[in-house]
Design a protein around this ligand. Structure first.
Ligand code: NOJ
Length: 556
């Protein structure tokens, strides 16, 4: 039997502070705003809050460009507010997971300011400098990944924006400084880290050229930066020097990672990280390509990916389960239906995710079925990635405005960043001022207050799912088995633990579908654990309603 751990039994709630709750009317969410909503978060039944970056930052990439790791962004409040937040969260039994962004800093960080002067030998090699432009690598936000610095008269590497220079992890002093900073936060009492693009910290030696794409003067995102030669060595060192000294949760964001590499990082015997966020299911519409498309996913592809990771990490690793975060479109719009079947499809997707094996992550607003947004003009958008891509695709790759907007409506990151919809008052109750980004106009229909009143709401359904996990060990520790993998409409799986079994049956379409239960379940009387329609315990051939979800529990 699996080793038990609190972080395996937990449910995480992710907060994007900028868009969560604004307490002072400046249009930007803040720490006091989060404190005001802690009872709401606690009431959901979750155990851990993952806070997106709250550190000092010039906000080129909304806080993922940090200029002081030990200071709080002024729009969000003060360190005193943070201490109160931590204390108030702990008083309610909620843990706090902090975002750790150490692949890069802001170019306004003191380390970079020193490094670009090139004078102090301690800081000179804190970043990745080169006299010549070494290769054609493209940054994740478009454009070349090497920027010429007028002060130092050399190029530096930035895999994200040019205001996010990459730290040089080869330099032991960089690693020591990072570990020191991590220890400082852990000593303050935080409960773990979500590590931003952690699998990019080691770059391929020799900086090989990337593959050119024929139709653009730019080059393919380079494949040489993920899971570089020293990644595991650095993670082991970080674990030994910092992480292993605390009883904490760790999850690493891992771009373009393969199962083999994911296994190595999460293998408990390797002492690196507990979980990763892989992206394979998030890239299901555009594997190996850029995300600027308006294609819809195919269920069989999605199932194969999820089953592969469920199986792949089953022995010594652990899965994180997520549909949403601040970089992804809203799941109900993406894999469900945000029109007629909004409610059943949001519940179906929640069932699908929460009953698989792993630690589930809920992104703010997912629990009320928040949807994608369609702002009319590109000037309504705020995300650096969207704006750079709009420029590149319309100016260089021949997309029309309409074509590109369709892609942004499907996959733009701002879909996940519109303000949290608390109620049907002005600005959805998010702010008394002017919100930094527009509110989704559907807030009068989709909001927390309304769903708290309605016992059949998506919100109450999430609460029920979370509660089930607390009372059924099988949901946490049971083995996973995918059934009917080739079925294009149904997602069906089993969970198995000692004398118990769960059968999860999900209709991923707007049409009715016939479900023929597996032989061994046929005719059995089971307990209906949860369903988004009325369901009885007897398992027979049945017609599933649009986006129907039902989970049966069978005891021997
Ligand atoms: C991943 C973060 O989730 C994303 O928001 C950010 O832009 C990049 N890493 C760069 O830090």
């Amino acid at each position: 039997m699996e080793k038990k751990a609190w972080w395996k039994e937990s449910v995480v709630y992710q907060i994007y502070p900028r868009s969560f709750n604004d307490s002072n009317g400046d249009g930007i969410g803040d720490l006091k705003g989060i404190i005001e909503k802690l009872d709401y978060v606690k009431d959901l039944g979750v155990d851990v809050i993952w806070l997106c970056p709250i550190y000092q930052s010039p906000n080129d990439d909304n806080g993922y460009d940090i200029s002081d790791y030990q200071g709080i962004m002024k729009e969000f409040g003060t360190m005193k507010d943070f201490d109160t937040l931590l204390e108030e969260a702990h008083n309610r039994g909620l843990k706090i997971l902090m975002d750790l962004v150490v692949n890069h800093t802001s170019d306004e960080h003191a380390w970079f300011i020193e490094s670009r002067k090139g004078e102090d030998p301690f800081y000179r090699d804190f970043y990745i400098w080169s006299k010549e432009k070494p290769n054609n690598w493209e940054s994740y936000f478009g454009g070349f990944a090497w920027e010429y610095d007028e002060t130092r008269k050399e190029y530096y590497l930035h895999l994200f924006s040019k205001k996010q220079p990459d730290l040089n992890w080869k330099n032991p002093n960089v690693r020591e400084k990072v570990y020191e900073m991590m220890t400082w936060w852990l000593e303050k009492g935080i409960d773990g880290f979500r590590m931003d693009v952690i699998n990019l910290i080691s770059k391929m030696d020799g900086f090989p050229e990337g593959e050119p794409i024929p139709h653009t003067p730019y080059t393919e995102k380079n494949p040489y930066v993920v899971c570089g030669p020293h990644l595991h060595e650095y993670l082991k060192e970080m674990n030994q020097k910092v992480l292993s000294k605390y009883d904490i949760m760790t999850v690493g964001e891992a771009l373009n990672i393969t199962l083999e590499e994911g296994k190595k990082i999460t293998d408990e015997r390797e002492h690196e990280l507990q979980m990763i966020f892989h992206f394979e299911h998030m890239n299901v519409e555009y594997p190996g390509k850029e995300k600027w498309t308006d294609k819809r996913f195919k269920l069989v592809d999605l199932k194969k990916i999820l089953a592969k990771w469920q199986d792949g990490l089953k022995d010594h690793g652990w899965n994180s389960l997520y549909w949403n975060n601040h970089d992804q479109p809203r799941v109900v719009s993406r894999f469900g239906d945000d029109g007629e079947y909004w409610e059943p499809s949001a519940k179906m997707l929640a069932t699908c995710l929460h009953l698989m094996k792993g630690t589930p992550y809920i992104y703010q607003g997912e629990e009320i079925g928040m949807t994608n947004v369609k702002f009319p003009s590109i000037s309504d958008y705020r995300d650096i990635e969207i704006l750079a891509a709009y420029d590149k695709y319309t100016k260089m790759l021949g997309y029309t405005h309409e074509q590109m907007m369709k892609c942004i409506y499907s996959f733009g990151r701002d879909n996940g960043r519109t303000p949290m919809q608390w109620n049907d008052s002005k600005n959805a109750g998010f702010t008394q001022g002017t919100p930094w980004i527009g509110v989704n106009p559907n807030y009068t229909k989709i909001n927390v207050e309304k769903q708290l009143r309605d016992k059949n709401s998506i919100l109450h359904y999430y609460k029920k799912l979370i509660k089930l996990r607390k009372s059924h060990e099988i949901i946490v520790y049971g083995d996973f088995k995918m059934l009917y993998e080739e079925d294009p409409n149904l997602f069906v799986y089993e969970r198995i633990l000692e004398g118990e079994k769960i059968l999860v049956v999900l209709n991923f379409t707007k049409e009715e579908q016939t479900f023929n239960p597996p032989e061994e379940w046929l005719g059995k009387e089971a307990e209906v654990l949860i369903s988004n329609y009325e369901n009885e315990g007897k398992i027979t051939e049945k017609t599933l309603k649009p986006y129907e979800a039902v989970a049966y529990l069978l005891k021997n």
